[in-house]
Design a protein around this ligand. Structure first.
Ligand code: SAM
Ligand code: SF4
Length: 347
């Protein structure tokens, strides 16, 4: 171990200890999820209603410079990875500029994105060039009819083209996120894994969470992690990976057919990973959320627009993390779904 006291004085003054966002339970926050818009090109039933979505008023949404400034404040507080999400991030016309601005921040955070892939074929190379390193693309089905039933739009071919383009542009590893729904796409679990293995994508199944705008989530209808494994095991040899391989990542990983490929199960509801959570979220209208399920938010937009300094904004970030609860509480009596749906929080 290096004895810091014996290091040359210049080292200690030029490389000061970096501040970290640590909460009351000792969790260090390194991952910032930034929702860049609440608008979307799809209407996945577990996320948004087909019509009548109340969009955030344009004037409340952060500009390119505001997004980059708040990301910079977060990076100064120890954030190492920024994940752009939404809504659908590709709907923001300034997305390449947002990526470039965030990638150029002092501290060089890693910039990744969660997307439905629609339109990614046109932008993948420019986003890579701007500093995006990798993507998670949501894909729940390989069947056109099921896609239309699930996402209410006929865009499966666009999503598939986006996934291919991401891999071609070097936005790797390409991760695929899948939410299974009973009687809709659960039967496709093995086909989705075979598709991912064939193309070298990393598939993660996610338990459906109570974050739909319609408030129709029903625990008894949720496909839980164990059930997902039950769909896969007749077709694939799955070996659980030790927990150390997981770190603060939410996915429980399994080697598929002896590896090296893996499949992940994110059992956020039945096996919460709140104890190792290192995430904090910023919404498209400038609110910090210390948990997906938080019922309170910290407004950074208004103080920023009223002239707050970076240090004042940093203090608001610290206060939000200081108030973080130990867990999401979905399984506790009295759980209340947050007022914002997933599309307006940023998954
Ligand atoms: N539009 C982009 C997309 O679909 O990837 C980014 C935003 S979306 C809200 C982020 C992720 O959240 C997607 O992988 C989506 O499947 C997931 N998601 C949305 N609603 C969910 C829910 N109720 N439970 C679990 N995951 C959900
Ligand atoms: Fe849009 Fe993503 Fe929500 Fe689907 S999950 S409606 S693609 S924000």
């Amino acid at each position: 171990m290096t004895d810091r006291a014996n290091q040359p004085t210049e080292d200690r003054t030029t490389a000061p200890e970096r501040e970290h966002l640590v909460d009351r339970f000792g969790r260090v926050h390194r991952d910032l999820r930034v929702s860049v818009t609440d608008r979307c090109s799809l209407r996945c039933t577990y996320c948004m209603p087909e019509a009548g979505v109340p969009w955030l008023p344009r004037a409340t949404m952060l500009s390119t410079d505001e997004l980059i400034r708040l990301a910079g404040v977060a990076v100064s507080l120890g954030i190492e990875e920024i994940r752009l999400t939404g809504g659908e991030p590709l709907l923001r016309r300034d997305l390449v500029d947002v990526v470039a601005g965030m990638a150029a921040l002092p501290g060089a955070p890693e910039i990744s994105m969660t997307t439905n892939g629609v339109g990614l074929d046109k932008n993948a190379a420019a986003l890579r060039e701007a500093g995006l390193t990798r993507v998670n693309v949501s894909l729940d089905t390989l069947k056109r009819e099921t896609f239309i039933e699930l996402a209410k739009r006929d865009r499966l071919s666009d999503t598939l083209a986006g996934i291919e383009a991401a891999a071609r542009a070097g936005l790797v590893p390409v991760k695929i996120n899948t939410v299974l729904m009973r009687g809709v796409n659960d039967v496709e679990a093995p086909d989705l894994l075979a598709f991912a293995l064939e193309h070298g994508y990393e598939l993660r199944f996610i338990e459906q969470m109570p974050l739909d705008a319609q408030h129709q989530w029903d625990r008894s209808q949720m496909i839980i992690g164990e059930e997902i494994l039950g769909w896969l095991r007749p077709h694939f040899d799955l070996t659980p990976q030790p927990d150390e391989a997981r770190g603060s990542a939410p996915a429980e990983l399994f080697l598929v057919n002896g590896g090296p490929a893996t499949v992940g199960v994110i059992a956020s509801v039945t096996m919460p990973f709140c104890g190792t959570c290192d995430r904090v979220r910023l919404t498209a209208d400038g609110q910090v959320r210390n948990c997906l399920f938080a019922t309170g938010e910290t407004n950074l937009r208004d103080p920023m627009r009223e002239g707050a300094s970076d240090e004042e904004l940093a203090q608001l970030f610290r206060e939000s993390i200081g108030a973080k609860l130990p867990g999401h509480g979905i399984n506790e009596p009295g759980f209340l779904q947050p007022p914002r749906p997933m599309s307006a929080i940023g998954g």
